[in-house]
Each structure stands twice: as C-alpha cells, then as structure tokens.
Design a protein around this ligand. Structure first.
Ligand SMILES: Nc1nc2c(ncn2[C@@H]2O[C@H](COP(=O)(O)OP(=O)(O)O)[C@@H](O)[C@H]2O)c(=O)[nH]1
Ligand SMILES: [Mg+2]
Length: 353
C-alpha cells in the first residue's frame, strides 16, 4: 500500500535555501521519503504526474537487492562489508549451518539484512577439504536459488581476493569451477572480482602511508595482478571480467584506523553490476562516513556514483510518468523529472566525495 502523501501543501521546501543545505549534510535515509515527497510535490511542470512519480519512487525504494560476498577466510570480506555499508543498521543471521563443532571462522554463510538489501557473506575455498566441499555446495545452492518472481535471487557475486597472497589457486578454483558455471546468463554482469589489501600487496613496500595511496611501483604491480586474474579467468571459463584493486582499511593494535582506498571505485563498480533499478537501494545503505570514500585512484567516483543513480532514478521516473521508451523523453515533464532525480541524488550523495 502506498503511504499517504500530502500533495496539497507541497512547495514548502526550496532546495536552495540554507536550512536545506544544512539538512543535506546531516542527511539520514530515514528522512529520504519526506524529502522526495517534498521535492516531487514542489517541482513545477509535472502536469498531474505527481501521484505516479511518488508511487514509482516507492517501487524503487522497495526493490530487493541480494549480493553474495565470497573469498578465502582472511581476504577481508567482513572489513569490506563494514567499510561499504551502514552496518550499524544490519540484522545478522547465521544460515546454512551444517554439522557441529565447526570452527566459527569457517562457519558457513552469514546473512546481513540492511533495509531491502541482503548481503550473503560466504566463505570461499582454502579451509580444508571438508569445509571446501561444504562451502562450494552452499555457494552453488545460493546461486541457483530463485526469488518469488522466479528470477535468480543473487544479483551480484562480489569475489574478494587477498592481494597480499601470491598463490591465488584456490580463488581461481572458486571463480572458475564453483561460481561462473552456476551464474546463469549474463555472467560478466553478475560477477565482480576485487583484489583487497592493496596496501600490503608488496608486504607494505611502496605504499604511501601519508597520502594513503600506492606509489608507482605498487600501481604497476597491482595492475599486473588485475590483468593476470582477468587472463586466468578468461582462459578457464571464456568469461571476460574486469578486476579492480582496493583496500578495505585495516586496524592494527594501538594504531590509527587505516582508511580505505578505492572504496568509491568499488561501490561504483558494484552499482554498474547490479540492475539499474536496484542502484538506489545499494546507495541508500552505503556508509555515510565521508572519510571512507575520499581516497581513490581518480577524483571522479563520487560524481560517477551520483550520475549512475541520477540516470537510473531519472530514467525510471520518466518512463513511469510518460509511459515512453527510455531515452526518448524530452519536453517539460521529462526535464522536471530529471531535475527531481538530480536533486534527490544530491540529498544523499554528498558523502561520496
Ligand atoms: N592491511 C590490510 N589489512 C586488511 C585489509 N582488509 C582486511 N584486513 C585485515 O585482514 C584480516 C581479515 O579480515 P576480515 O575482514 O576478517 O576477513 P574475512 O575473513 O574475509 O571476513 C583482519 O585482520 C583485517 O583487519 C586491508 O585492506 N589492508
Ligand atoms: Mg569475516
């Protein structure tokens, strides 16, 4: 059921005033609905399309997103999830527990639910023969699972590799033998391989700790590592992936918390690998600590993230309002909807840098 919206007393929010800017900086998702309601109600030129837009907005908000995160124990799955998303709001469930007395570190799948987003934290291979068999089976079962509409449940598999490990044999086993054969159609779209712990890939050498970024020699090393992973996966499966490297951040005893590197890049790649109408759900649950997103190999990712959201939301709202084919929408209503999409992305996209 659609929530009751106050259409009649619209136009109370001017998106340019100082109060509003202050609200942007302290924005929390809880406020998002009322902000969008205000935006849609106060936008001119919508020609009676407000109710449709509000309903479409609720539909986008209500999308279900399922991401599997897998990789060898210690590669940084937990660290990555904590860096990327607003895990303070997550509910946690241990699922698919098989057997008794297993080591908690290698214990099967953990399910994190944050709003409409579900993360399935699934150990990869390398924990011994029995554990590997169990983990493979759990991963395959999850990959083959279908939602209530008969579509594959998992939208994206994020495979994390430990960049400080030379031998990635078990990771190729996981990607080439377990994941890719069970990914269904559109395999390139539904897998993202990310090499973590970029800071210690050369045992801590060539990492610029002051500026939190790799020096030239380490960049070369990491780029080669990405190419070599790409090649190994292509040779093994014929699937052409585009791996990236990053750093989830680290916490050493008695030291300052290390900031992530390329985390905004990782989020951008995640957004581009999930269905466009689900991008909003991912972004809404992103970590709102601006510090996490600030260090990347390019300054553009904040802008790219906002653009990909604006594009997805704008396209969807326009299509709903005008019943027209995507991309062919011009004229005042199209422009007004585009403005609404841009403004609402601005509301919660400011922390991406
Ligand atoms: N130096 C460094 N350490 C990391 C990074 N990511 C994770 N770690 C450390 O690696 C260890 C294992 O990480 P964790 O997230 O528990 O891995 P998981 O077993 O895959 O969930 C922890 O001590 C983390 O602090 C990183 O990017 N750089
Ligand atoms: Mg973990």
């Amino acid at each position: 059921m659609m929530k009751h919206f106050s259409f009649l007393n619209g136009s109370k929010l001017n998106s340019n005033n100082a109060k509003d800017n202050d609200m942007i900086s302290r924005f929390i998702p809880r406020d998002l609905d009322s902000k969008v309601e205000d935006l849609i109600c106060s936008a001119p030129d919508l020609c009676g399309k407000r109710a449709i837009l509000l309903q479409k907005w609720q539909e986008l908000r209500g999308q279900k997103l399922n991401i599997m995160i897998t990789g060898a124990t210690g590669c940084g799955k937990s660290s990555t999830i904590n860096a990327l998303f607003n895990m303070g709001a997550a509910t946690v469930t241990e699922v698919a527990k098989v057997g008794v007395g297993v080591d908690p570190e290698t214990m099967d799948i953990t399910k994190y639910e944050i709003g409409n987003m579900v993360l399935w934290d699934s150990p990869g291979l390398g924990d011994g023969k029995n554990a590997d068999l169990r983990h493979s089976k759990n991963i395959i079962d999850k990959l083959l699972e279908r939602d209530e509409n008969g579509k594959l449940l998992i939208d994206l598999v994020l495979v994390i590799l430990d960049g400080s490990t030379r031998d990635l044999g078990t990771s190729f086993e996981l990607i080439n033998k377990v994941i890719i054969p069970n990914l269904g159609d559109n395999k390139e779209q539904r897998i993202l391989v990310a090499i973590n712990q970029a800071d210690v890939a050369m045992k801590g050498r060539n990492w610029d700790y002051k500026n939190n970024c790799p020096e030239a020699a380490l960049v070369t090393y990491l780029e080669e590592k990405c190419m070599s992973v790409r090649r190994r996966v292509y040779e093994g499966t014929g699937v052409d992936i585009d791996p990236i490297y990053y750093c989830a951040g680290y916490k050493e005893e008695g030291q300052e918390q290390g900031r992530p590197y390329n985390l905004a890049k990782l989020l951008y790649f995640i957004l581009m690998h999930i269905p466009a109408e689900k991008r909003l759900v991912a972004a809404m649950n992103a970590n709102q600590d601006a510090e996490m997103w600030q260090d990347n190999d390019s300054k553009d990712y904040g802008e790219k993230i906002r653009h990909s959201l604006e594009d997805a939301i704008g396209t969807s709202l326009k299509a709903a309002a005008l019943g027209a084919a995507v991309g062919s929408v011009f004229g005042p209503v199209g422009t007004a909807v585009g403005t609404v999409a841009g403004a609402l992305v601005g509301f919660f996209g400011s922390f991406f840098g």
